[in-house]
Design a protein around this ligand. Structure first.
Ligand code: ADP
Ligand code: ZN
Length: 749
């Protein structure tokens, strides 16, 4: 009997073994098959043909057969299957989760898209009767209704998509109008029209009058080194460390053009396209129709279509966020990870992969060049550059020798002493704003709000208004006069008196972007002020619209959170104010200093990108902290030297590898007890390669009503740590089910 290993879309499962009915051909790795899993039939992906050795006769008897082979050719290219297998192994997650991430939306029958906006598409959806029949068809293929394979596949897909599926997308999968209308005739399917979001980067909206620059000497030298690396034809990794405004995008473009000429594909990764539209636009203008842009604003149908364009080879340049690392580009020659330090490359749900690190592995497997670009490289990448694992390519100057912004620190302790605790804008920032606005220039005012927002606090007893589910304080939204939890979305009206002591002395502490916006407006009534934060950009496209208005100078001041600190290029911005620069430093997170440094350097890099010299004003309670000091001097190397000492002394990455495990439980004791059990098991078998820390209640000890305990593995041998943890958990399946494993965690909250 022949066997195949199949990855199924079920969390935390390894590949499963199925037998192949005699009349079935051997499906190649990467092809999709229908397989029974428990009482369901699911779409799985073939990993390989050699699942079980011949001695497993007893096992063989229990092995179930494959129901159907959906593809004759591999659906996923083999190298993407290999990459996903590596992800599952490295990040200790199920192979099915990793492969589902690599699949385009509809392929695995994943749930439909969010509420769409502009364009409409025709959508097919199961009727109640259809759901019934589809469920039964899934259980017993070829049941009482005589359906063709396409119709059955349609039912399977639609069953997994309660919101229905785009008919055009189904058609490109070979499920044509005929199959669907037959199902409609049987009363199993209905059609409706659904509105779709428009791709903000669609061809029509692109400004194709791209300027062609003469590269600066420094840019030329950098490009030459990178091309030399690429010309080796082997895997190479380079860190492109270029100060803000040094013209990295231009280098990516020319390098990409060179690689394309050699007939190889290019993958450009960006942290969040809506927030950093510049690079995507530049690529679209340079490569036109040969570019596919993948971002979260696309509907499932559109993403699916893009994926197939790439798979067919109609596209040789892909620009996308994290998950684009799995794009089915053939003969990959270059991977660029722009803003490689950005924490949005890390996926905070399973599979908890880091897009940058997977990109490096993809390049390695493809024998390609990977370029990691940043003005503020991550500690990990810079360490790799210093120890020679990556080539270091530097751009130390801004193009056209534009000076970096002047950075001024304002000590807020003095400000509070002079003007009281309610001050939002320091005198220095207020004056500078007045100055710049008077000259018709633009400004950005940024609030560093990680783990921080306006919360409710009683001046009499000190009680705060916390989420009943999550052990974090609720955030006040003034417009609605409600306090809301940002983890579980619980909300309540802002109380008039303290629930604890009944005193009427409720006070709002801290402030959010709303308060800053109000303050700026009050001080500068004539200025056109807008706010960018999670609330104002909830509507799709809202952020792009705001940024466009700002770029067109229909707005004078943009107030916002970290998200506006990213790679925008607004030449008329000459002033950036940072409110509470230090907030991150108070958190129980070893990366706090690095984050603060990155944020301040990046934000200062937003000022003075045009002809007029820019300035940044940084308000802080810790003016002497090294992160703030080095950021103000834009001294990356100085910061790195200082920070790496701290990481070494405290044994944090990149000095060691870290694995985090969070065990959930119904009570805190239960969570702690289970976590202890795993920790004991790990310690009972002492390994020189790592240490185990904890367990302790997680900093976010309650989340969505569950209690959480956590522990860490710290060591130099990641594989040993992972294996030991997987082993300890495998012996306790009941605990394993409630445990989140995070390899190389980025956020330890
Ligand atoms: P970075 O990503 O390094 O911060 P960008 O790539 O955004 O910098 O470049 C900053 C600005 O300089 C952009 O407006 C870009 O068009 C411009 N630029 C890049 N290279 C040159 C050049 N050689 N000559 C003139 N302008 C350039
Ligand atoms: Zn909550």
């Amino acid at each position: 009997m022949r066997f195949v290993r199949v990855a199924v879309p079920v969390p935390a499962l390894d590949g499963l073994t199925y037998s192949l009915p005699d009349d079935f051909p051997v499906p190649p790795p990467g092809s999709r098959v229908l397989v029974p899993v428990g009482s369901r039939v699911l779409t799985g992906c073939v990993l390989g043909a050699n699942g079980v050795d011949a001695s497993g006769v007893e096992t063989a008897a229990r092995v179930k057969p494959i129901v159907e082979i959906l593809d004759r050719e591999p659906f996923l290219p083999e190298d993407v299957v290999r990459l996903a297998t590596w992800v599952a192994d490295y990040y200790a997650c199920g192979i099915g989760e990793a492969l589902t991430t690599a699949m385009p939306p509809l392929a695995a029958g994943k749930r439909g898209a969010r509420a769409p906006e502009f364009r409409t598409v025709r959508v097919a959806r199961l009727t109640a009767q259809g759901i019934d029949v589809a469920s039964r068809t899934a259980m017993e293929p070829g049941g009482e209704l005589r359906l063709g394979p396409r119709q059955r596949e349609a039912l399977t897909l639609l069953l997994a998509a309660p919101d229905g599926l785009d008919t055009a997308a189904m058609a490109s999968r070979g499920i044509g109008a005929q199959a669907l209308s037959r199902l409609a005739g049987l009363g199993l399917v209905t059609f409706m029209r659904r509105r779709l979001e428009r791709d903000p980067f669609a061809i029509g909206s692109v400004d194709s009058r791209r300027e062609i620059f003469e590269l600066t000497t420094e840019q030329n030298a950098a490009l030459t080194s990178l091309r030399a690396l690429s010309d080796t034809g082997e895997f190479q990794a380079a860190l492109l460390h270029g100060v803000t405004g040094s013209g990295k995008t231009e280098i990516y473009l020319r390098l990409a053009a060179a690689i394309r000429e050699k007939g190889r594909g290019v993958l450009l990764m960006v942290p969040e396209i809506a927030l950093t539209p510049g690079v995507a636009h530049a690529f679209r203008s340079a490569f036109g129709e040969r570019v596919a842009i993948q971002h979260s604003g696309l509907s499932d149908g559109e993403r699916h279509d893009q994926w197939h364009r790439i798979r067919r080879g109609d596209v040789d340049v892909v620009v996308g966020t994290r998950s684009a690392v799995f794009a089915p580009l053939a003969t990959l020659g270059l991977v660029v990870v722009d803003e490689e330090h950005d924490s949005s490359y890390k996926q905070e749900e399973s599979p908890r992969y880091h897009g940058r690190d997977v990109a490096v592995m993809r390049a390695r497997q493809a024998g390609a060049l990977v370029v990691l670009g940043s003005a503020t490289p991550s500690m990990e990448s810079y360490q790799n550059a210093l120890n020679g694992r990556y080539s270091l390519v530097r751009l130390d100057r801004r193009v056209l020798d534009r000076p970096l912004a002047d950075v001024r620190i304002v000590d807020m302790r003095e400000e509070y002493a002079a003007a009281g605790p309610d001050v939002v804008l320091s005198a220095a920032l207020r004056d500078a704003l007045g100055d710049r606005l008077g000259r018709g220039e633009q400004a950005i005012v940024l609030l560093n709000r990680r783990g921080f927002a306006s919360s409710v606090f009683c001046r009499q007893c000190g009680a705060t208004l916390d989420c009943p589910n999550c052990s974090v304080s609720l955030t006040v939204h003034r417009a609605a006069n409600r306090a809301r939890c940002h983890y579980c979305n619980y909300s309540t009206a802002v109380p008039k008196a303290c629930a604890n002591c009944v005193g009427p002395y409720i006070e709002l502490v801290g402030f959010g972007t709303e308060r800053i916006e109000a303050d700026v407006k009050a001080q500068f009534p004539d200025a056109r002020v807008a706010r960018v934060d999670r609330d104002t950009i909830r509507k799709r496209g809202a952020i792009a619209a705001l940024l466009t208005r700002f770029a067109r100078r229909e707005l004078d001041v943009l107030v916002g959170t970290q998200m506006i600190a990213k790679g925008h290029d607004f030449p008329r911005v000459t002033l950036v104010g940072v409110i509470s620069a230090d907030v991150g430093l108070g958190l129980a997170d070893f990366r706090a200093g690095e984050r603060t440094f990155q944020l301040l350097t990046q934000v200062a890099g937003r000022a003075g990108r045009g002809e007029i010299r820019g300035e940044a004003i940084v308000q802080t309670l810790f003016p002497h902290h090294y992160s703030i000091q080095f950021a103000c001097r834009q001294d990356y190397a100085g910061f790195f030297q200082q920070e790496v000492k701290f990481r070494q002394a405290m044994q944090y990455p990149p000095a060691v590898a870290l694995v985090n495990a969070v065990v959930k439980g119904r009570t805190q004791q239960a969570a702690m007890r289970d976590a202890s059990e795993v920790v004991q098991a790990l310690r009972s078998n002492p390994m020189p390669a790592f240490r185990v820390l904890g367990p302790a209640p997680a900093p976010l000890s309650r989340l969505k009503g569950e209690h959480r305990a956590q522990f860490f593995l710290k060591g130099t041998h990641r594989a040993a740590m992972r294996l030991a943890l997987i082993g300890a958990l495998a012996a306790r399946p009941e605990i394993k089910r409630r445990t989140i494993v995070d390899v190389d965690p980025v956020s330890v909250l």
